[in-house]
Structures are given as C-alpha cells and as structure tokens.
Design a protein around this ligand. Sequence first.
Ligand code: ADP
Ligand code: MG
Length: 281
Amino acid sequence: EQINDEDLIDQSELSCGNGGIVFLAKHKFLNVNIVKKLIHLEVRPAIRNQILRELTVLHECNSPYIVGFYGAYTCEGEIKICMEYMDGGSLDLVLRKVNRIPENILAKITESVLMGLEYLKECHGLIHKNLKPSNILLNSNGQVKLSDIEINNELKDKAQRVSSQFKSYLSPEKLETNLNSSKCDVWSLGLILVEMATGKYPFSLEEELSIFEILENIINKPVPSLPSSEFSIEFIQFIDMCLNKDPQQRPDLNTLLNHSFILNYKYQNNEFLAKWIHNIK
Ligand code: ADP
Ligand code: MG
C-alpha cells in the first residue's frame, strides 16, 4: 500500500520557495489531507533511489512529536515526500501573525521540541540537524511536531541553500568544524526561542547582512540573551544554557526537559495550546 501520485488531488499551494513547492493535497479514497513536498534534484537515478531508501527510516519514526511520514517517491524527475498536514502552520508563520510568542506558550512548544529530539535520539539514534522555525509545526489539537529531519546530504544542501537565506540556526561548532551532535540541535532551539520571544532573529539586528556576515557573527559575536525585565529568570537561564558556545558545556536534552522553565509550565495541557492556536487564526 505504497502512496501513489495518481491517488492525490492537489488542493492548494502552501508554500513555494526556489527549491521546492509544498502542496496541500487530498487522498482520493482515504479522504485525508496530505502535504506533498516536491524537491527538484539534479542527480542520477541511482542517487535518487539511494535517497528514497534512506528516507524509509521515517516510516519507523512514530511519535506524537514528529510529523507523520506517508511515503516518498520520484515522479517526473522530482522527489515527492508525503506527510501529515499540520493545520496550525509552522512557527515562522505563527510569529509573523503574533509578532512575539508569550513565554508560557514557548515553554509548551519547547517541551514538545525536546520530546521530539529525545525520541529521535533514543529510538533511532538520529540527530535532527535542521531545526528552524519552519520545521516546527503546530496543529489545532495543540500538538507541536518536528519535520524535515536531515536524513540525507543531497536533500540538506538544497534545503539550506533555499530556505533560510538570511538566517542561520547552525551552531558555532558546526560552522567551524562540521561537528554534529544533538548539542547542535540544542543551540538551534535556543536561537529559535530568542527569535520567538523577542520577534527578531538576533544575529542580524542592525542592518541587512549577507549570510556570510551572519555566519561570522554566530562564530565571533557574543551570544544573544533575553532582557531580564520582560522574562522569567528560568526562561533567561534556559536560553543562556542552550546558547553556550562550547558544546561540551551545553546541556543535553534530558537536563533541559527537567529544567524549571519546562517544569513550571507542566500544568498547561494540549488544550491550552490548542486554544491559543485557535485564537491567532
Ligand atoms: P523550509 O522548511 O525550508 O522553509 P519547506 O519546503 O520544508 O521549506 O516548507 C515550506 C513551508 O511549507 C513551511 O514554512 C511550512 O509553513 C509549510 N509546511 C511544510 N510542511 C508542512 C506540513 N506538514 N503541514 C503544514 N505546513 C507545512
Ligand atoms: Mg521545512
């Protein structure tokens, strides 16, 4: 029961970058919404098949914190990836609507992101490697899920060239040494939180910088932090820990899940987040 292009009816375009188009589609028989992502790749069929094989690991990633994977196939020279539709959109879109996301909401989102990262690591030995606002998705049930786990290098290069052209969530050590660990994801999370809490991506505040200047800032500039007048001590400390430039000093996922920033907001449930998502629509 492989998913088949003929069984999908395109409904609307969710997004169109220069690297790929994302469609909302409906399955002919199953009557469910499906997101279909087209990736144009100039690679030999052998490589394309290799990528498809690597993507099948996503079939095993079943978690309430990971966007569901329905299958991938090649069609007219493109790779098409089918996944669960998240009707609350991605964090970058949400931020555009609300300008800033309140701390209690961010605590709930953070908890889900950490649970998703922990699941990938513990159950599949995977690092996300591509954590950014557009890959954190929300739905009207108040769930928060991760998408676009970086399984394959060919896909990665495309994605990074295309999307966050004037923002980067890569950690200093990844930029300098290409060293990968789940500590890189922790850095990305910290940076995303600063942006969501203040409404601004912190490494390009002054003016329009090129991506090269931004990468240089990530390596050389002091790390951003939140103003103490507007946020709780716990939140400020949580972000300071995530944004430690030394990956060895940066906390692991479990430590962060047990931090008081997360524990203080534990009493809020999915319904609480669902209500918030509903109200911004
Ligand atoms: P990027 O994440 O690099 O911005 P993508 O092609 O992965 O580019 O996604 C483009 C946009 O499509 C995202 O910003 C998001 O708003 C939307 N999108 C992607 N996947 C989904 C999904 N499963 N459900 C809803 N919206 C999605
Ligand atoms: Mg994405």
